[in-house]
Design a protein around this ligand. Sequence first.
Ligand code: PGA
Length: 301
Amino acid sequence: MHITIRQLQVFDAVARHLSYTRAAEELHLTQPAVSMQIKQLEGSVGLPLFEQIGKTIYLTQAGDAMLSHARSIMQNLAAAEEEMDQLKGVDSGRLKVAIASTVNYFATQLLAVFAREHPTVEISLDVTNREALLSRLEANIPDLVLMGKPPADLDLIAEPFMENPLIMIASPDHPLAGKKNVRLTELEGEDFVVREPGSGTRVAMERFFAEQCFVHQKGMELMGNEAVKQGVEAGLGLAVVSVHTVEQELTLNRLVPLHVHGLPIMRRWYVAHRRGKKLSATARSFRDFVLRAGAEARLAS
Ligand code: PGA
């Protein structure tokens, strides 16, 4: 069926007025133009939609059925138009953000500020490690992600917004605590508490150790930053973590940084999305907000 929206509008007008003349007046068309549209629609449908008895026209059974479809198509179209109009505005719609678990230590605060400025935006936040984040991106689930350096094989638009230094932490009673210029070779017998496979922090740590030809002792493998920090506090070993994850523990002296030669590993946080993704006005505004917040944090430090 080759039916146009215009034909459905004309059909609806004729069906309401049961008059070609009045439908033509309403639509600012000529009466023959209206009859032509109805004829074409009847041709596409393959059935007569109106019948004339005496001077009066009536909907046929097919016309009656077609009318309810025509109205629901037009209602759907109006709803689509309304939703598109809303999405053009910054203060509406949904925003799906996925973040690396390590980003969670500051991203929730960023989101809280953004949510206060845009109270009608519905925000969903997915917190997961780097590997899971990449598979979400591949499945085109989030609008935006906040993550470590994106891999080259995924076609992303990524902009750095904040430094992410990785430091080595120990419990305060560790013999090397407070010592300057610790060499990696001094850590040869030490146990390391490491993040789960799939963690970007872990990949960066392993890359750094490999570059330094340092083979670390396998300690415990723990899921997530909190478990790693608690493991180090409990004396299970040393760990490499993002400085963002331990700000409180360092201030409270529950953990201490080790001043190891070559550290911190300087990484950066990126705000990224799939190339070709049509970002809504809300998503664009969140991306700009993150970039601004990063610039302000740099100025303040
Ligand atoms: P993660 O952090 O260790 O929580 O995966 C992401 C990253 O550092 O790339």
